[in-house]
Design a protein around this ligand. Structure first.
Ligand code: PXP
Length: 246
C-alpha cells in the first residue's frame, strides 16, 4: 500500500502571531519543528487578505525548508507571480472568498475549466506540481484529470463536521469512492480540512490516499502538548489505521 504522508499546515501559527502584529510565534520555527519530527511536507496558504501567512513567510519557507513546501493559493495573477518566483514543490489551488472563515468548499473545476487551465499550465510549465482542492465529486475528479492536474486534494470538511453517524458515513463513502476514482485517472490523491485525532483514522485507512494535510487542530493541540508530541500522536493514529488494512 502507498505510504501515507503527513503535511503540516502552519497557517494558524501566523494567525496567533498576527493577533499582536509582531514576529512571535514564528511559522518558520513551527515548520522546522515539524520537519525535525518527521513531517513529510509543510503547507502554507497565502490568502489575498494576508490574514495569517505573509509574503515574507513564504519567502523564508521557500528558501529554508528541506522538505516539500505546498503553497496554497487562489487562482489569481498575483498569487501565480508569487508561486513562479519561489517555485515551491507544489501549488494547491483553492477557492477563496474574502468573507469566509476558512476554505469552505472545493474548487469548481468542472464548471471553471477555462479559467483554471491557464494557472495549471503556467505552474506545471515552471516545474511546480499542481494540486486542485475539490469536493469528493466524480465530476470534479474527471475535470481535474482533463485539466492536467498532478494531484487532487479532497475536502474532508463535510465528513469531519457531520454530527450524525449516518451522515458522516455517507460523507466518508463519497471520499472513499472519489479517492479510488482519482487513482483510476492517474491522479495522486491527498485529503484534508478539519481532521482531528477523532476523525483521522478512517480517512488514513483509505488506501488510495497518499497524503493528509492537517493544520488547525494540530496547532490548537500544540498549545497543550507541544507541536512535536501532537504531530507524533497524529502520525501514530494514521500509521495504525493504515497498518490495520494492510
Ligand atoms: N488542505 C487545504 C487545501 C486547506 O485549505 C486547509 C486549510 O487551510 C487544510 C488542508 C488544513 O485544514 P485544517 O487547518 O482544518 O486542518
Amino acid at each position: 500500500m502507498k505510504k501515507l504522508r503527513l503535511g503540516i499546515n502552519i497557517d494558524h501559527v501566523a494567525t496567533i502571531r498576527n493577533a499582536r502584529g509582531g514576529v512571535h510565534p514564528d511559522p518558520l520555527r513551527a515548520a522546522r519543528i515539524a520537519e525535525a519530527a518527521g513531517a513529510d511536507g509543510i503547507t502554507a496558504h497565502l490568502r489575498e487578505d494576508r490574514r495569517h501567512i505573509s509574503d515574507g513567510d513564504i519567502t523564508r519557507l521557500a528558501k529554508e525548508l528541506t522538505i516539500p513546501l505546498n503553497f496554497e493559493m487562489a487562482a489569481t495573477k498575483e498569487m501565480l507571480d508569487i508561486a513562479l518566483s519561489h517555485k515551491p514543490h507544489a501549488s494547491c489551488l483553492v477557492p477563496e472568498k474574502r468573507e469566509e472563515r476558512t476554505t469552505e468548499g472545493g474548487l469548481d473545476v468542472a464548471g471553471g475549466h477555462n479559467t483554471l487551465q491557464y494557472y495549471v499550465e503556467s505552474l506545471k510549465g515552471s516545474g511546480i506540481r499542481v494540486s486542485l482542492f475539490i469536493e469528493a465529486d466524480p465530476r470534479q475528479i474527471e475535470a481535474s484529470h482533463r485539466l492536467g492536474a498532478d494531484i487532487v486534494e479532497i475536502h474532508t470538511g463535510a465528513y469531519c463536521d457531520a454530527d450524525d453517524p449516518a451522515q458522516r458515513q455517507a460523507e466518508f463513502d463519497r471520499i472513499q469512492k472519489a479517492a479510488a476514482l482519482a487513482e483510476e485517472f492517474g491522479l495522486e490523491c491527498h485529503a484534508g480540512h478539519g481532521l482531528t485525532y477523532g476523525t483521522v483514522s478512517p480517512i488514513a485507512a483509505i488506501p488510495t490516499i497518499v497524503e493528509l494535510n492537517i493544520g488547525h487542530f494540530l496547532i490548537g493541540e500544540a498549545i497543550f502538548s507541544g507541536l512535536e508530541p501532537a504531530m507524533l500522536k497524529m502520525r501514530k493514529l494514521m500509521d495504525d489505521a493504515r497498518q490495520a488494512v494492510a
